[in-house]
Write a protein that binds this ligand. Structure first.
Ligand SMILES: *Cc1c(COP(=O)(O)O)cnc(C)c1O
Length: 478
């Protein structure tokens, strides 16, 4: 019997790797086995197609290609030009953007490119203007001093971390928190929703250079038309980081006021979350910022990853096919079914539900911290991550929340019936887990008690739930 192309490709690749370092080949095989068996509810993860994965394992990885298409600092980049131009074209067509820059290695890198582009565009500095015309070597000591002073203390207004914002939107563990004087907007304590009047008020008081929208843990749509109006009212550049929900924009689930591309000056994203491409980032913008954005490498990025740009072109071509719109709609249908299933069983959800791909559980009602819940679920074969909820009393490390998302399970083909079964498994684990205590008898925020037999039983049920939905069905590693 002859093997199909996907099995042959991956088996052969592993055989070649095994001849050099068998432990790496074994780990790759084990990773597939683990992913096949676990109920993956990590909202930021997905499963890229075999074509996308295979596009990354080749000699494009060997090539240096600093610069942009047709303007490289290295010779022999004609084939890199081909794949970079293709990826950019697919991105422009898919999202309706005037310009796409597909080099960023990750979402964080895409944000750095955007921040620099905005600073270079907006900050009126003679020294900066000189630097931008590539006369960096002509800058005097005084120029550098002036430049540093002018760039520091620029103001950024973004969503607060505990309301679902991201570290790269001006928070201290990320360089953006050191580059910018940051203030954040939260959500309404009663509804959990963004209160646009409060955002407008904060913008009027703070007068940010950059207004950022976008999130990693907000389960609702954002009205980007209103956010743009707020930015315009204070002369701010409006940036949207759609890292999490790019797939819903690509699949036309988020349209009109909820599609960031026509409203923002600049949009950044990852390519590996709901968009289902290779691990990487991307920037979209209008013609005004295009030149600055294209200076991303070497301004803030290392040499581009041509193998990943090739994979981006493959994944973006997939996202332009009609079945991707169907996929995006099923992601949201599944998230809503999961939310309803949890609410029906008494779980408290931030905002009471969802209109995107993610659901944020407040597990305090089960008497647990996010950390205890995350571990108990993991023991039971359910992979999630803990996440702060608004005004979280347990802080960012232990938290009171669990974030779950449906892009990965939807890729496997699970539907609303399986989401109700998933809600039942989650509720059973959480309601059967008790908070533990420290040796001195004080309550612990990390320890928990869960009957191993129950964890085992739920694990088996989770695996059973997945049996009708094989992951990479055409890949048989033998
Ligand atoms: C995931 C995420 C990022 C970072 O992406 P990486 O590829 O991990 O660097 C940036 N912004 C938001 C909103 C995200 O959710």
């Amino acid at each position: 019997m002859s093997l199909n192309a996907e099995s042959t490709a991956f088996r052969s690749a592993l055989e070649v790797i095994r001849a050099v370092e068998p432990r790496v080949a074994d780990a790759i095989g084990a990773e597939l086995a683990d992913q096949r068996e676990s109920l993956k509810l990590i909202a930021s993860e997905n499963y890229a197609s075999p074509a996308t994965l295979l596009a990354m394992g080749n000699w494009f990885s060997d090539k240096y290609a600093e610069g942009t298409v047709g303007r490289r600092f290295y010779a022999g980049c004609q084939n890199v030009d081909t794949v970079e131009a293709l990826a950019a074209e697919h991105a422009r067509e898919l999202f309706g953007a005037a310009h796409a820059y597909v080099q960023p290695h990750s979402g964080i890198d895409a944000n750095l490119v955007a921040f620099w582009a905005i600073l270079a565009d907006r900050v009126e500095s003679p020294a900066l203007k000189k630097a931008q015309v590539r006369q960096v070597n002509d800058l005097t000591e005084a120029d550098w001093f002036a430049l540093r002073r002018e760039l520091g203390n620029q103001r950024m207004l973004g969503m607060s971390l505990d309301a679902g914002g991201h570290l790269t939107h001006g928070f201290r563990p990320n360089i953006s928190g050191k580059m910018f004087d940051q203030r954040s907007y939260g959500t309404d304590p009663a509804t959990g929703l963004i209160d646009y009047d409060r955002v407008a008020e904060a913008a009027r008081e703070f007068k940010p250079l950059i207004l950022v929208a976008g999130y990693s843990a907000y389960p609702r749509k954002v009205n980007f038309r209103i956010m743009r109006e707020i930015a315009d009212s204070v002369g701010a550049t409006f940036m949207v980081d759609m890292a999490h929900f790019a797939g819903l924009v690509a699949g036309k689930v988020f349209t009109g006021d909820f599609d960031p591309v026509p409203h923002a000056h600049i949009v950044t994203t990852t390519t590996h979350k709901s968009l289902r491409g290779p691990r990487g980032g991307m920037v979209l913008c209008g013609p005004e910022l295009a030149d600055q954005v294209d200076r991303g490498c070497p301004m803030v990025l290392g040499g581009p990853l041509p193998h990943v740009m090739g994979a981006k072109a493959v994944a973006l071509a997939e996202a332009r096919r009609p079945d991707f719109a169907d996929y995006a709609q099923r992601i949201v249908d599944n998230a809503q079914a999961l939310a309803e299933g949890l609410v029906r069983r008494g779980t408290k959800l931030v905002t009471g539900g969802t209109d995107n791909h993610l659901v944020l559980l407040d597990v305090s009602g089960y008497g647990l911290t996010g950390r205890q819940a995350e571990q108990a679920l993991l023991d039971s074969g359910i992979v999630t991550n803990r996440n702060a909820v608004p005004q979280d009393p347990n802080g960012a490390w232990y938290t009171s929340g669990i974030r779950i998302g449906t892009p990965a399970l939807t890729t496997r083909g699970l539907g609303v019936a399986e989401m109700d079964a998933t809600a039942e498994l989650i509720h059973t684990v959480l309601s059967q887990t008790q908070a533990g205590s420290n040796p001195d008898g004080t309550p612990s925020k990390a320890k928990y008690v869960l009957d191993p037999a129950l964890a085992d039983k739920i694990s088996k049920q989770a695996t059973e739930l997945l049996t009708g939905f094989p992951l990479y069905p055409a890949v048989d590693l033998g």
